[in-house]
Design a binder for this molecule. Structure first.
Ligand code: F6P
Length: 479
């Protein structure tokens, strides 16, 4: 059944820019959340509310003058789109001080606590004038949309919008609100790294929803416990308003992509240059992805296996991410230095151990998915990790998935992957070796099982699980 949905996320499905001749162009928004949610518009009647992130987005928002834009998705389905143009200074505090360097770092356990963080007035100011303000403009946009479509369900996403549900609820007590958290929910002691008023507002804001969704039971359990510890509320009722529904991908989209001209052209290039055996990683340049650790693990592998030198190579396809944030800019430098250190040490006779490519090139990614022998996903912590699902769908070499035990996808796919601890470099090196040496029959059985699972638990199943939870919990739970 098609439903009226108001989807709310910081990053939109598309973003506007200008080409070399100054003409307006539309680009697809990057990242897992947006890639996954884009298919939602084919299934339901969607109005999407997102931040105007580029200069051109702001111009488009101004030209629309508060009216909805009509957009068409890749498959021809149409949806409505509203860009919220926040105050630029407020947005900078929201995105570049609170959402990413603070909440993302906290939720992925990225700090070395003996050194960081140390809060000063800067965080409090960015919280009040940035995070609260941007959540307020999102809440106002949703309330305006609910005036137009009073029975639409509101489907909010992620760590950018923890306060909006409570704000919407205060204005519209009967609204139907669900939020999906795409990143890990850490244990309550970790939340105590944040000042009390902030961690309290986050948990209270989320409980403005009827339903809160997580990728795995592990994150859900932590959320329920943290609500108890931080807000002193009973766990039972909170638990009944949560749902575990790991996000997925659209297998049909990948089937089509795999044979598209752009992917076939990129694949020809990879095949022409590939080593005998290929270890692949695909990530944003985010410290949580453990790219440097992965290179060190590959170095450990080459150290232990001289016979692999000249034959096995790693291809790292990395999408540059959040480069206005110093920690991210520094991490990109660390990635480049780490790759160079391994290459300087081992390269010989035209063979380079690590082929590092830093750009957003989706056709190249899909082409590389088809070609890997081992797919390395060694995230420090990760809400889910869609690469672990996308790669096996199109891979043509019965490649083996090496998967961090701290990625949400591990709960689903771990039984068919080689499990690694992301901090254990020699364990990862051994897993790379084991994956490359695994007998053909076992490789094939494992990847077939992953494919069958992903095809059955696809994106539409994820959307349905959310809506079913909303139907069963919404009316009774919040009153
Ligand atoms: O869930 C986390 C997430 O929203 C992913 O969907 C995506 O990979 C990433 O963060 C995008 O981050 P940003 O919008 O900051 O580029």
């Amino acid at each position: 059944m098609r439903r009226k949905l108001i989807v709310v996320s910081n990053r939109g499905p598309v973003s506007f820019g200008r080409d070399d001749r100054g003409a307006r162009v539309v680009r697809r928004g990057g990242g897992g959340l947006v890639t996954a949610l884009r298919s939602l518009v084919a299934l339901h009647d969607v109005t999407w509310i997102a931040s105007a992130m580029s200069e051109e987005d702001r111009r488009v928002a101004a030209e629309a003058g508060g009216e909805l834009l009509e957009e068409t998705a890749r498959d021809g389905s149409s949806y409505r789109f509203r860009l919220v143009a926040h105050d630029p200074q407020a947005y900078d505090w929201f995105y570049n001080v609170v959402a990413n360097p603070t909440l993302w770092f906290l939720q992925h356990y990225l700090w070395d606590l003996k050194q960081a963080p140390r809060w000063d007035r800067g965080l409090h100011h960015a919280w009040d004038e940035g995070y609260v303000a941007v959540n307020r403009s999102f809440a106002d946009a949703v309330v305006a949309e609910l005036e137009r479509e009073p029975d639409a369900a509101v489907f909010l996403h992620d760590y950018h919008l923890y306060l909006a549900p409570r704000m919407i609820r205060e204005d519209r007590p009967d609204a139907t609100l669900a939020q999906f958290i795409h990143i890990p929910w850490p244990q309550s002691d970790q939340w105590r790294v944040l000042p009390a008023r902030i961690r309290t507002a986050i948990h209270d804001g989320l409980l403005g929803n009827d339903v809160v969704g997580f990728h795995s039971e592990r994150w859900r359990r932590n959320f329920v416990r943290a609500c108890h510890d931080i807000l002193d509320v009973d766990s039972g009722p909170v638990r009944r308003r949560t749902v575990v529904a790991p996000i997925s991908t659209d297998p049909q989209e990948f089937d089509e992509l795999a044979t598209s001209d752009a992917v076939l052209a990129a694949e020809r290039e990879i095949v022409a240059r590939r080593p005998e055996r290929l270890v692949l990683r695909v990530d944003r340049t985010d410290p949580s992805k453990n790219v440097v650790g992965g290179f060190q693990a590959f170095e450990t592998y080459l150290d232990a296996h001289p016979e692999a030198r000249g034959r096995v190579g790693m291809l790292a396809l990395l999408d540059p991410s959040r480069q206005d944030i110093p920690d991210y800019a520094e991490y990109l430098g660390a990635i480049q230095r780490a790759a160079r250190a391994v290459n300087d040490r081992f390269q010989q006779n035209g063979w380079t151990p690590i082929d590092l490519q830093i750009r957003d090139d989706f056709p190249q990614t899909v082409a590389a998915y088809k070609q890997y022998d081992v797919l390395l996903v060694n995230a420090i912590y990760d809400g889910l990790n869609l690469v672990a699902k996308e790669g096996p769908l199109v891979n043509e070499r019965d490649g083996v998935l090496v998967l961090s035990e701290n990625a949400g996808a591990h709960a689903e796919l771990g039984q068919w992957a080689l499990t690694v601890n992301p901090f254990d470099l020699s364990g990862q090196a051994e897993a790379i070796h084991e994956g490359l040496e695994m007998p053909a029959e076992e490789r094939s059985a494992r990847i077939e099982a992953i494919r069958a699972h992903v095809r059955e638990h696809d994106l539409s199943a994820w959307v349905e699980a959310q809506l079913a939870a909303l139907d069963s919990v919404a009316v009774t739970a919040r009153r």
